[in-house]
Design a protein around this ligand. Structure first.
Ligand code: DLL
Length: 440
């Protein structure tokens, strides 16, 4: 494999650029193998298929996939901890769990081969963002049960880059290491990248004085406006990558340098978009919930897993040469979606407005209350220090402007409250921006 900066690199050209006819043939073969293994080894799948009178041999084309039942987080909970594993525990070399906040976590396992597959999938999007063996990669995700740090760590090592396993938090030390070790790639959540940028500004450190070139951000939704802000403040190119523990962790999809959607690695996953209400499969280009079937995983195959993430798929070929479909930045999760006075609102829509507005920081919080039977959405925003006006009149005009902009985008009334600079909590991992005080 050739590694030179400036040359458009592809980690696994054979699979990433496979003509779609061949790709679909490969998907079908791998799907059939996965279904047989899941049916034979995982009681949950066997029961679900049997209930629908489906035999794996009935699935003879990719369109037959739509006949199979979905898998949900609830299935994983019911089979806690190891019930969904398709191999005996002695073949499992790693256990992770999802970052769920309620109840028992969902447990996922990897065989030795799965770890190899995972490393190569992550190496694909890291290479696509321009990372090479000459890079020094600072991983600022938390190590532990979260898949983010280990996934990116393995991908970077597979490429041959020098990995600094910093872990999350301790922002000043992150910055010191970045300076002293000349880190060229930063890996973390986009909200933590903002926290690092804030701290650097406070410490008077110029991004130009660092060696940082590329940021690989993922693990939570973030807007295009947020990307521009991070790129300008850290002086880097920022790319997005997507994944979820149930499916493999990071390494499901990632952007190339054209930054026009994240390529889903279709030789390893089949994506579908469904209507989250009716569960019907929607035609290409529609916005809906992403459903994923794994094609290469041994320990933890997932068949039609409902991710709850809302996005759309673009099958037009990308200028980078990869043939794999691109998913748009997610609008959020169907379960994060707020329903305010009956209108669906995604926090990311509000973020787009705020980040694009002069004087607003991308630090915000949404607070929902119910007064009587009426929902009230309050948008709390930090303003930049120079715009924390003393003059009431200016402040009111500014608030009204922000309010009108948000209302025109989300189509529902909001109240805007300006809060002092640095008063909204900063995040070292995934941001949590919504406080829903309604007791519904
Ligand atoms: O967040 C895996 C990951 C780690 C992906 C690091 C990328 C980088 P979980 O903790 O299981 O796994 O959370 C998965 O996070 O269903 C999405 O809702 C959200 N998510 C992950 N990446 C993105 C992204 C990891 N790039 C859940 N954009 C997913 C939007 C994302 N949402």
């Amino acid at each position: 494999m050739l590694h030179m900066r400036g040359v458009m690199e592809i980690w696994d050209r054979e699979h990433e650029c496979m003509p779609r006819v061949e790709l679909e043939q490969l998907q079908l073969e791998r799907l059939q193998a996965t279904l047989h293994r899941a049916f034979k080894n995982v009681t949950c799948y066997r029961n679900k298929f049997t209930k629908e009178s489906i035999d794996p041999d009935d699935i003879t084309s990719l369109s037959d996939l739509a006949r199979l039942p979905f898998t949900t987080k609830e299935d994983l909970r019911l089979n806690y901890p190891y019930g969904m594993f398709a191999v005996p525990l002695r073949e499992v070399v790693r256990i992770h769990s999802s970052s769920g906040t309620t109840g028992k976590p969902t447990v996922v396992g990897y065989t030795k081969n799965d770890i190899r597959t995972w490393s190569n999938l992550v190496a694909r999007f890291m290479t696509a963002a321009g990372v090479t063996h000459d890079d020094v990669v600072q991983i600022a995700f938390g190590y532990g049960m979260f898949t983010g740090a280990f996934g990116l760590h393995y991908g970077a090592e597979a490429i041959g880059a020098s990995v600094i396993p910093m872990g999350g938090g301790n922002t000043e030390k992150q910055i010191m290491i970045m300076q002293d070790y000349r880190s060229s790639v930063l890996v973390c959540t986009p909200s933590y990248a903002m926290t690092i940028a804030d701290r650097m500004e406070q410490l008077g450190i110029e991004p130009k004085s660092l060696s940082l070139k590329v940021g690989l951000f993922g693990g939570e939704p973030w807007s295009e406006a947020m990307r521009t802000e991070i790129e300008n403040r850290l002086g880097i190119m920022a790319t997005d990558n997507y994944g979820l523990s149930e499916v493999i962790g990071p390494g499901v999809a990632g952007e190339c340098r054209y930054k026009c959607g994240m390529h889903i690695f279709e030789d390893a996953f089949i994506p579908e978009i469904i209507d989250p209400e009716s569960c019907e499969v929607l035609p290409p280009g529609s916005v809906g919930e992403l459903v994923i079937t794994t094609l290469t995983k041994e320990a933890f195959p997932m068949i039609r897993y409902r991710t709850r993430d809302i996005t759309s798929l673009d099958y037009e070929q990308c200028a980078c040469g990869r043939t794999h479909v691109r998913m748009k930045k997610t609008m959020g999760r169907s379960d994060d979606m707020l329903i305010i006075k009956g209108v669906n609102v995604f926090p990311s829509q509000i973020e787009e407005v705020l980040v694009a507005m002069e004087g607003c920081e991308p630090h915000y919080q949404l607070v929902v209350e119910r007064k009587g039977s009426v929902d009230i959405l309050e948008v709390r925003i930090e303003v930049t220090e120079n715009i924390f006006f003393d003059e009431m009149k200016m402040q009111r005009a500014f608030m009204e402007k922000v309010q009108r902009k948000i209302e025109s985008v989300i189509g529902v009334g909001v109240t805007v409250r300006l809060v002092e600079p640095k008063s909204i909590p900063r995040f070292e991992g995934k941001a949590s921006r919504v406080i829903d005080n309604r007791k519904i």
